[in-house]
Design a protein around this ligand. Sequence first.
Ligand SMILES: *[C@@H]1O[C@H](CO)[C@@H](O)[C@H](O)[C@H]1NC(C)=O
Ligand SMILES: *[C@@H]1O[C@H](CO)[C@@H](O)[C@H](O)[C@H]1NC(C)=O
Ligand SMILES: *[C@@H]1O[C@H](CO)[C@@H](O)[C@H](O)[C@H]1NC(C)=O
Ligand SMILES: *[C@@H]1O[C@H](CO)[C@@H](O)[C@H](O)[C@H]1NC(C)=O
Length: 480
Amino acid sequence: MKFSTTLSTSILLLTTLSKFTFAAPAAAEPVHTSASTIASSIPDPENDASDDYLVVLADDDKRPWDEVFAEMGYNQTTFSANSVDDDGNSDIKTFGTNMRAFTIKMKESGYASVSAMPNVKYMERNIIEPWPSIPADLAPLTPVRPVKRSLWSKLNFRKRDEEQPQAQVVIQQGTAPWGLQRISSTTPVDPAGRTAEDLSYKYRFDKTGGSGVDVYVLDSGVDVKFAEFGGRAKNLFSAFGNNTDFTDEIGHGTFAAGVVTSLHFGVAKNANIWGVKIGDSKGPSLIGWWQGLDAVLAAHNQRKSQPGFKGSIATMSLGLKNGSYSEALADLFGQASKAGIHMTLAALNHNEDSCQRFPQMLTKTLPLLTVGATNISDTRARFSNYGPCVNIYAPGESIISTSAQSPTGAMVQHGTSFACPMVAGQIADELVKNPELRLDTEGMKKLILSKAQKCAIKKDPNPQVGEILLLNNGFLGTPS
Ligand SMILES: *[C@@H]1O[C@H](CO)[C@@H](O)[C@H](O)[C@H]1NC(C)=O
Ligand SMILES: *[C@@H]1O[C@H](CO)[C@@H](O)[C@H](O)[C@H]1NC(C)=O
Ligand SMILES: *[C@@H]1O[C@H](CO)[C@@H](O)[C@H](O)[C@H]1NC(C)=O
Ligand SMILES: *[C@@H]1O[C@H](CO)[C@@H](O)[C@H](O)[C@H]1NC(C)=O
């Protein structure tokens, strides 16, 4: 197993930990001086809710976990049934690549004292946010629905002698969804009597597009056995079932992965997919996201010195609740970016300024790409967020991709969630052509933006939109 080092480290830590008790600090017997601080917070038994917290240690705290916990006042011998939650998992989990962290279920009353401890860098209560959806009043006219197999069964790929000097072999797919045609031409799509759900549009791409690039899909899980992934998809991490539950309960991650790399519907048809499950049907959680991105960072650090490494992309079609901000996650985004992980984020679907959303707003300070959605008429989709924190737009309405409902199914869906993985696919393609940008997240962002089409998107009635760019893979004109 490729990532065995990372995994076995966390397993080891977990085993060590199970010796400790993690009752609410307010109720714990103090063992050391610092622990009396914890004991001094007075719980309000009526309203003292128990919740999951993410605790990140200060960078300079390199001590073994048992020392850290002993200092916090946790008594090893009183380890009790409390320390196993309803799912049968231990209440405490430790992890961390560049930053060491643990999760703990505790009462709200313990927050102030634990977060004030000198060795605690961040302490944040978990947030669970539903998966991005489109508010009913902004929903496109065509419903989300399955696509009949007979409509997409024949792959029509042909070799072209063309244009692109960089490309070894150019392929044209004659059975593509409209979005793929749009990103491989400089002219608007002419439906010519077809609907946006037709599979007869033309996509031009480099034969080797995305080959060997690792695309980490932080989402609801990925159905890696899907035939369209051709064995290039694997699971890396799950925040559920003690890293064993990879089931994509809602299909969001499988669909997004299909936009990156599926044979019929994907942008970069040779990329590797790594499923990172950070939410179940209830939605992604802050803790799951932190853990998932941390697992990606560990995998990337390990892979980047191995032969055959072509670059890493983390694609994330989600965001936290309106008004939330996580310092712990922002810090990790910064570290991932610095380590050379290219990141794409969906702008989300509220038809409002993306800069008020976290982590989309981080694009002001980090080389991330936040992606808005357009429709087949080259108009910003009614639901797409906009504003200066949207770096680029890509097709996101009437998108067809892999459905988790059956290993050979396809669906029509809408959302910036599915525009985002188009940009991830394009980065995968560029990583093969521009190996010097492998770890250069700034340089890659500049390249993607410089190849994008300016002024292709119709004038937006929202004055805040400014110059908006449409994703493009460099093929000129209209595919014939
Ligand atoms: C831990 O708790 C047990 C049981 O309550 C107690 O006997 C023991 O003295 C405690 N240990 C420390 C170091 O306080
Ligand atoms: C989690 O998985 C590891 C490795 O499979 C195992 O050793 C450990 O006991 C599991 N922990 C729980 C709480 O199930
Ligand atoms: C998100 O929060 C902002 C600022 O409070 C508010 O203007 C906006 O309407 C909220 N959006 C939604 C979808 O609730
Ligand atoms: C694209 O979106 C615009 C703005 O909402 C809308 O006017 C137009 O009808 C849409 N085009 C299609 C084909 O749905």
